[in-house]
Design a protein around this ligand. Structure first.
Ligand SMILES: Nc1ncnc2c1ncn2[C@@H]1O[C@H](COP(=O)(O)OP(=O)(O)OP(=O)(O)O)[C@@H](O)[C@H]1O
Ligand SMILES: [Mg+2]
Length: 179
């Protein structure tokens, strides 16, 4: 079941890393995170932060577009998928990847919407979209939790997020929750 969805707005890549990192810090049980959004909206940038929050050190997280899966060692194992080039669900099963969804760690799936049937019933959907307003360009990052664990993680994130305004950190204000 889908719970409340909410968004945060980021104005530069480093802010998206920051949001991803906060989210990663609150993941302490296996969780599948499905990332959607157009090319270049920041899915990989977000996972880079999340991996950091999960304690992955010293490795540069990059798009696993051609290798389909990269595994990083953090507090929990981090599985980073990219479904962009995966056209058939069968390929996925042949590779034996379904054991990771969910597995013993955190799984991040770029372009998850391409093969929605591979997702478990409970997961966190993160959707990135380009936006522009009077302050300039940015990204809107939507959090759509399916299941209690995903909701808990999103709630923790929104409780902890701080924002830089005029050089100082503030709690994020522009928060939109829809039931
Ligand atoms: N607010 C922002 N958040 C994230 N990235 C941003 C932001 N503003 C600009 N960028 C830029 O957008 C690009 C996002 O690239 P990234 O590889 O993360 O996208 P992606 O969604 O993973 O793309 P792909 O679909 O090709 O995998 C980077 O070059 C980053 O610097
Ligand atoms: Mg990417």
């Amino acid at each position: 079941m889908q719970q409340a969805k909410a968004f945060l707005t980021t104005r530069e890549a480093e802010e998206t890393v920051h949001i991803g990192e906060l989210l990663g810090m609150f993941i302490n049980r296996p969780l599948v995170v499905a990332l959607d959004g157009d090319l270049g909206t920041g899915k990989t940038v977000f996972v880079r932060g999340a991996a950091r929050g999960l304690g992955v050190e010293g490795e540069q997280v990059a798009s696993p577009t051609f290798v389909l899966l990269k595994i990083y060692r953090g507090r929990l194992p981090v599985h980073h998928f990219d479904f962009y080039r995966l056209s058939e669900e069968d390929d996925f099963y042949e590779l034996g990847f379904e054991e990771y969804l969910p597995g013993e760690g955190a799984a991040f799936i770029e372009w998850a919407g391409r093969l929605p049937h591979l997702l478990p019933p409970e997961y966190l959907q993160v959707v990135l979209e380009r936006m522009e307003d009077e302050q300039g360009e940015g990204r809107r990052i939507w959090f759509v939790p399916f299941g209690l664990e995903a909701s808990r993680v999103v709630e923790s994130l929104f409780g902890a997020v701080t924002w830089r305004t005029n050089g100082s950190l503030h709690r994020q204000q522009p928060r939109d929750i829809m039931l």
